[in-house]
Each structure stands twice: as structure tokens, then as C-alpha cells.
Design a protein around this ligand. Sequence first.
Ligand SMILES: [Zn+2]
Length: 259
Amino acid sequence: MAFFDTHCHIDFDEFEDDRSKVLADATACNVSHMLVPGVTLAQSAKLLSLENTQGITFYKALGLHPYFLSEHQQGDFERLATLAKSHRDSLVAIGECGIDRSIGKLDYQQQLFLQHIELANQLSLPLVVHHRKSHDLIAEAFKALKPKCGGIIHAFSGSAQVANYYVEQGFKLGVGGTITYARAQKTRDVIASMPIENLVLETDAPSMPLYGFQGERNTPSQITRVFDELCELKGIETQSARIMLAEQLYSSSCSVLRI
Ligand SMILES: [Zn+2]
């Protein structure tokens, strides 16, 4: 069994003191691949030099995350685009990008998101999309400029209708710690009902701790608990069915990222 953590900020400062232990723990939990997204220009530039280590292959995406809006300077997107074009072969996606209603400056966020979609289309890359209370605005952006290569809806939460819309647009749904919370019953039901080929696993470490770990730093090893929860939602019990599910999730991750 091998796991692909399709959303892990292993380069963040939260892992500065014990990154190699965190990676060793992840390897012990059969995490073999990680997608590390970009969030700011400076971090994206640094991310390019991240090298595979301890049995883990890192894939990279470059982007300006809406959560870090206050850190983005004028001209940063243009510089990010130049960086992405000159390192196209080192990338598997553009992002993370998207729209977050809790941040404000929605006009600017929408414009920035459209720029990310345009860049992804130019480079024939999928997108890693962040959303928060913003499915309507993301759909508006997709209508204005359809992503050519789909991507991953990071930390999906929402209705079956929204889930199906993203799937029709060529996206997979990122399944992470959210499904471990009883209060996320709607999302749990949607994930339970979605065909497995539309799902990929992720942790979003160091963010989004699982139920029972609130307030703690999240780590990529927790992907096994997300997987266990998904098995439970899908009613999968036997070891052979678990292995088959893990293989399907792994191959979905590779197919959406075209690797
Ligand atoms: Zn993230």
C-alpha cells in the first residue's frame, strides 16, 4: 500500500525543527508521494529546490494562496508566472489558488484566480483550488475561463451538486481531515456517495488537524487515519478491499496530476 498526500505543506516553518522525523514517520505510514503547493512568491521560489528525500517523492505546484493576500505585492503574479514558465518541467500543477470569502477583497481574489487559471491553461497544468464559502465564485471563474486540465478541489466540503459540478469540470475532490468530524456530516455523506475515481487523499499538514487532534500540528502520517475513515464511509472492511481502494486513490492522484 502506498499513499499520495496530494496536499502537504512540508516546507512550512512548522516542520523546521523536526522535518526529517516527520518524513520518517510518513514513510513508515507508507506515504511515498507528496504534492507541495505554493502559497507566496518567495515560498514558491524556494519550493523549487526541494529535493526528494527519505523515500518520498515531492511534486510541486506554484501559486499565490488567497489566505496570504496581505503578503502578495504588486507584480508578484507576473513574477510567479515567469518562474512557472521557466520551471515548467519541475511542476505538476498551478496553485494553490482560489477564492476565500473569509479574507475579503473578493474582486482582487477573483482576478488573481482567473490569472492562475490562465497560467495553468497556458502551461497545460491542472489547478490546486482552495475554497471557503466560495463555490459560487469559483464556478463563476470557471465559466469565464474553463480550466483545460482540471485539477484538485483541495479540502472539498459541500453538497453532492457542487461535488458533481467539479467532477464534470475535470476535477478530483481532495479528501482530508474534514471527514473525521461528525459535524461535517453533509460532506461525509457526499464523499461516501462519490465514485472513488473522483477522490484523492490529502492532509494539508501542518493545517487541518483531524478530529481528536484539534489544536495540534497536523502531519502527513495522519493520511492513514483519513484513509481509515474513508474505508469506513465506503463500508470497506477486508484487507484486500482496502488495498484496492488505496491503489485506486493513488492512481487517481497520478492521473489528475498527469504523472
Ligand atoms: Zn494548503
